[in-house]
Ligand binder design. Structure first.
Ligand code: SAH
Ligand code: SF4
Length: 378
């Protein structure tokens, strides 16, 4: 088995080079070729000594993910479904805006947290992605988009770990992947523009703050424990008090001076004026935050419906009047099921994932002609 170099942050790659009897700085050159230029063939890497290229050819490879399908929305949002083996698939979504390009990245195949309103949660947990599989989503998307949009310079300026999975339940693979995103020799993203979104794993939030602080979004969805226990089962272990304290500890290290609280608006469940007032009580004078109200993207198995827009605005007004910065998230990519919580579409069980992968592989690969280097067609 040769090493997949997408699995390494710069430190890991330097250690790998040392094991080959090479100077550590060779890793920087290699890292730049792979991440900045999208190279996957060692033969292409013209400034590396021939002897090193030969060593690499027998000990290493650069392997992207297999693309099953690509869908482009009328609003420019692009969603990719990647095969990660054994019938599992994960998705990444590119969201273009005037002043930025955001990639929403997955951290796990499925998710063990099991939130009621989330289609990934309903799928159950399959496995953690490796560092290489997390990085491969960005590597593929960045180099594909440069070609697709005919751009020489960087296309993706922001990454949000808001795809499938709970990133902090895959901490060991996540942190090196974040380091690759942040590294100036790779994607060079600012810490403020890389966001980890968590359902509230407080111990892991503490570790992230100390070891690799990036912007943090916390999926709140309820401001009392009874309701949150029901919507986000993890709350039974890490309750709201614990969560608010952990947010404050995180802020001591965070690159931004606020936490973003995400709140998915569920009709008649958490969207009433009393819920808004409870939310004010919970956070006001306690945690420096912004609140992002997310229109719920319904899927049949949830048994839940989206709050009417009027209700969302009334909720936002109560928060705003209390001095809490509040935004209502625009839904993007609705027409291609790329909006929050719609990732994996209506996939509910493994059998259907497998069937869907088999069907889509045949149909969709024909529609993805310009694969990035290293992403293999099967
Ligand atoms: N597991 C992490 C990150 C992935 S979920 C977390 O929970 O934060 C990313 C965001 O999408 C979360 O805020 C989540 O609450 C939201 N989300 C999940 N399902 C949704 C749905 N059906 N409609 C709208 N937002 C949803
Ligand atoms: Fe997992 Fe996040 Fe979905 Fe909850 S909302 S089930 S934590 S992916």
């Amino acid at each position: 088995m040769t090493a997949n170099l997408l699995d390494f942050d710069l430190e890991g790659l330097a250690a790998f080079c040392e094991r080959l009897g090479e100077k550590r700085f060779r890793a920087t050159q290699l890292f730049r070729w792979i991440h900045q230029r999208g190279a996957s063939e060692f033969g292409q890497m013209s400034d590396l000594a021939k002897s090193l290229r030969e060593k690499l050819a027998t000990t290493a490879h650069v392997a992207g993910l297999h693309v099953i399908s690509q869908h482009e929305s009328a609003d420019g949002t692009i969603k990719w479904l990647f095969d990660v083996g054994n019938g599992d698939a994960v998705e990444a979504v590119f969201i273009p805006e005037d002043d930025r390009g955001t990639l929403c990245v997955s951290s796990q195949a499925g998710c063990a947290v099991g939130c009621r309103f989330c289609s990934t949660g309903h799928q159950g947990f399959s496995r953690n992605l490796t560092t290489g599989e997390i990085v491969a989503q960005l590597w593929f998307a960045e180099h594909f988009l440069r070609k697709h949009l005919k751009r020489d310079e960087r296309v993706i300026s922001n990454v949000v770990m808001m795809g499938m999975g709970e990133p902090l339940q895959n901490y060991a693979a996540l942190v090196p992947a974040l380091r690759v995103m942040l590294d100036d020799h790779a994607y060079g993203l600012s810490r403020r523009r890389v966001t980890v979104s968590t359902s509230g794993m407080t111990r892991m939030m503490d570790r992230l703050g100390q070891e690799c602080p990036v912007a943090l979004a916390v999926s709140l969805h309820a401001a009392n424990n009874a309701l949150r226990d029901n919507l986000v089962p993890l709350n039974k272990k890490h309750d709201l008090d614990d969560l608010m304290d952990s947010c404050n500890r995180y802020l001591q290290f965070a690159p931004r001076d606020f936490i973003t609280f995400e709140y998915c608006m569920l009709d008649g469940v958490n969207d009433q004026p009393e819920h808004a007032r409870e939310l004010v009580q919970l956070v006001k004078n306690r945690v420096s935050c912004k609140i992002n109200l997310i229109p719920f993207n319904p899927f049949p198995a949830s048994g839940l419906t989206r709050s009417p827009h009027k209700q969302v605005l009334a909720f936002a007004k109560i928060l705003g009047d209390a001095g809490i910065v509040t935004t209502v998230r625009k839904t993007r990519g609705d027409d291609i099921d790329a909006a929050c919580g719609q990732l994996a579409g209506d996939v509910k069980d493994r059998t259907r994932v497998e069937k869907r992968i088999a069907q889509q592989r045949t149909v969709m690969l024909k529609q993805v002609p310009a694969l990035a280097p290293g992403a293999k067609e099967t």
